[in-house]
Design a protein around this ligand. Structure first.
Ligand SMILES: Nc1ncnc2c1ncn2[C@@H]1O[C@H](COP(=O)(O)OP(=O)(O)O)[C@@H](O)[C@H]1O
Ligand SMILES: [Mg+2]
Length: 303
């Protein structure tokens, strides 16, 4: 099979692992920097090219779109999908996962546990909304933050109001802001479940090493292997499905009321392989092998 890995980080560990596994399984593989792809749109004639090469000849693409390049990356993926190229992660599912508010709405609708979440542009309503969450402290987060940036803990209603105002002031028509109950019993710890094709293939616990409530590895968190409960495993699989993702990094917290999903990542890092000793690259290539022939299924998430 001819497989293209869409990644700007040609030297990334994830890119290298996908490439090496695909080659070992007998595929022809090319790593393509999607930021250098260009496209032409004409009636009944669309093309995506990379260094003079037409990409429609690939049987499958594995998008590894960075969050700061979601718009350009998903536009390239979308055009390839329209030409009938199989994408293991669809452009619409990637876009969806990059918006935490949209994700919370979809997960809640699918019956996946999430931290109680409210949103409002109007800080006058905030007292009321925070009461709905059970009072302070609360977590305030930008719908499009990553790596723990744009996630703030507000200890009082007054602080929450200022943060909300500041967040909305700096992005008039930009990203939305969520207010969430603070899951204090699990502060500084979360769980990453790596889901491929409806199966959890690796899972780790991340723990912040200082007193930060955020456990992101980018914020200095440390990962260790963890065994999921049945409930957690089922919830992670359900969350990936609700988002329409066949490859997903589902982040969850162990709350007093059971597992709660924080977010679902469309291009989860492969550092989890080093932490858990599990191979996540092979299941991804196997999934492509099983599904590329069937072409893209219609997205059925509906939002
Ligand atoms: N409602 C919450 N209660 C407690 N901790 C939270 C909550 N939401 C997020 N966190 C902490 O902050 C980290 C970053 O939040 P997350 O929503 O995953 O955003 P990001 O995309 O920036 O990683 C989480 O990994 C978790 O440790
Ligand atoms: Mg996160």
């Amino acid at each position: 099979m001819k497989i293209a890995i869409l990644s700007n980080g040609t030297g990334n560990y994830s890119t290298k692992r996908l490439k090496e596994v695909a080659i070992a399984r007998g595929h022809e593989v090319k790593v393509i920097k999607y930021r250098d792809c260009y496209a032409s749109i004409e009636k009944n004639n669309q093309t995506v090219s990379y260094r003079g090469e037409d990409l429609s000849k690939f049987d499958a693409i594995i998008p590894r779109i960075a969050s700061h390049m979601t718009k350009y990356g998903t536009a390239i993926v979308r055009q390839l999908e329209m030409q009938g190229v199989y994408a293991i992660s669809s452009s619409i599912a990637i876009t969806r996962s990059r918006d935490k508010l949209r994700s919370m709405q979809l997960l809640a609708k699918a019956g996946v546990g999430i931290p109680k979440t409210v949103f409002s542009r109007n800080s006058a309503d905030i007292d009321d909304l925070i009461d709905k969450l059970g009072g302070t402290p609360v977590i305030i987060k930008l719908a499009r933050g990553t790596h723990g940036n744009g996630v703030v803990l507000a200890e009082s209603k007054k602080a929450a109001k200022s943060v909300l105002q500041a967040f909305y002031l700096t992005n008039e028509d930009g990203t939305n802001v969520l207010i969430q109950e603070f899951i204090k019993e699990s502060a500084g710890t979360d769980i990453r479940a790596f889901v491929v094709g409806g199966r959890v293939v690796a899972s780790m616990k991340r723990q912040s090493l200082d007193d930060d409530f955020r456990s992101n590895l980018h914020k200095g968190g440390e990962g260790t292997i963890v065994k999921l409960t049945d409930e957690e495993r089922k919830m992670a699989i359900k969350a990936a499905k609700a988002m329409g993702l066949h490859v997903a990094g589902v982040d969850l917290m162990r709350s007093a009321n059971g597992p709660l999903v924080l977010e679902v990542n469309a291009s989860p890092g492969f550092g989890i392989e080093k932490i858990t000793g599990r191979d996540v690259a092979t299941p991804i290539i196997e999934y492509v092998e099983r599904n590329a022939k069937r072409r893209n299924k219609k997205d059925s998430v509906g939002a």
